[in-house]
Design a protein around this ligand. Sequence first.
Ligand SMILES: [Zn+2]
Length: 269
Amino acid sequence: MLTVTFTDLRTALFKLGLSHTPVIAHASLRAFGEVVGGAETLLRATLDSVWALVMPTFTYMTMITPEVGPPNNGIAYGSELDLNRMAEPFKPDMPADKQMGILPEMLRQHARARRTAHPIQSFAGIYADKFLAAQTLQNPLGPIGALAEADGWVLLLGVDHTVNTSIHYAERMAGRKQFTRWALLPDRIIECPGFPGDSAGFEAITPVLINETRRVRVGDAVVQALSLRSLIQAVKDTIQADPLALLCDRPDCERCNAVREAVKLKRVA
Ligand SMILES: [Zn+2]
């Protein structure tokens, strides 16, 4: 296994040319191999290489599944009683879900970081207040839209498009079906509209973006960067050409099947 230093990371990320660009990043520290100084080093090198940094700090542990709700919502109502019992009310200082990786949580804890208040889909950022301010309960991925308007880019640090939240924003722009979810607050349960579909099929966008993607290798990892505008346009074109594009192959995937059902209904209508 290679050992990766701050200088290795800084040198590689510099080649991506993002020092004047606001960025939304997704990361797997483990993908790099042995990073000297760990997540703190990767965060510092990333902050040094971009203008503003945003990361999702989602908190799925707040989610509640009700007994009943709207139809074709990609959810099995009344099925998650045990999970409901383990749900935790959202608090502004709630750690990001572990499945987001360690970097978003490190960013959230950074002295200069701000974090939004969406109970499921919060974002943290540094020098990113105006992007974070674009989030509402109705438009949870608003910060991605604001980043796109400011010519922002997506940075995939050792991860692929299956964790690229910006593709969800583009799906919504393309008119793809969105979902309703529910989150626990300290005093009540709140309905959260605009919850996105499943991302397991998102790697299918890679060949479409081959010429738009900047790539560098660091340690064991590949780092990819691409502009949000090109990404969003490519996803919109892809879904327009095939309304079932970027869905996953898992026969029992509730959200992908709900999208298929919605497309079928639209064709009949
Ligand atoms: Zn799926």
